[in-house]
Design a protein. Structure first.
Length: 222
């Protein structure tokens, strides 16, 4: 059909070119998600602290990152940091740091919305018990907020996995790079891109379906 030949896909191709790229994409997604949630939570707490010395820098960081395309941030970090420190840091490490820093801005907004979704009465109840701001957040607000945020956090993680394909710009070997390399070697670039799209679709659609089921279950519990 249209001169395409998808029969070139075999185990040798997968084991040599695709699987290693797939594992890098997964590892980058997991590390960036955990790091992004941690840094994003800190940014959200800074914005909600009521202290301008904390809130203003956090707001500038979040709004600034959300206003810049991810691929530009990846390129800036990869090209500028070696100049500043005097040595290259590698495409994989550069991609990991960039994704954590970038995704933290998006996770921050999710966490902030989750915290604000908790009833104000519970915040006041914690204060009435003599809890500090940190104790109130750690013991009362954040546990409830994270339960509300789970579906949205997982959805953002799926988007993050899709965005890992942008590391091609700095030469990191991810899932898309694996298919691209195989397509060039076997002389089937069109077929390799089609197969890459199918893999991304199957993985992301399956994960989205599971998130939807989880969201329905959480809604029933509420």
């Amino acid at each position: 059909m249209f001169g395409l030949d998808l029969t070139f896909l075999n185990w040798e191709l997968l084991s040599k070119f695709v699987i290693s790229g797939f594992w890098f994409s997964v590892q980058l997604t997991v590390v960036a998600t955990l790091g992004g949630i941690l840094l994003g939570t800190m940014l959200a707490l800074m914005r909600l602290s009521g202290n301008k010395l904390l809130a203003i820098p956090a707001t500038i960081y979040v709004n600034g990152m959300r206003s810049i395309p991810l691929v530009m941030v990846i390129l800036w970090f990869f090209l500028l940091v070696p100049t500043l420190i005097g040595r290259p840091i590698g495409a994989e490490l550069s991609a990991t740091i960039t994704f954590i820093a970038f995704e933290a801005a998006y996770f921050s907004e999710i966490v902030r919305a989750g915290i604000q979704s908790v009833s104000r009465g519970q915040v006041n109840a914690g204060r009435a018990l003599g809890m500090t701001y940190g104790q109130n957040m750690r013991l009362i607000i954040l546990p409830q907020a994270f339960r509300n945020m789970v579906p949205v956090l997982l959805t953002q993680t799926i988007i993050l996995f899709q965005d890992t394909s942008l590391v091609y710009a700095i030469g990191a070997y991810d899932l898309l790079k694996g298919f691209t390399t195989a397509g060039k070697i076997y002389g089937r670039p069109e077929e390799s891109y089609i197969l890459a799209a199918v893999v991304y679709f199957v993985l992301c659609y399956s994960l989205s379906w599971m998130v939807k089921r989880l969201n329905n279950r959480i809604a029933i519990i509420r």
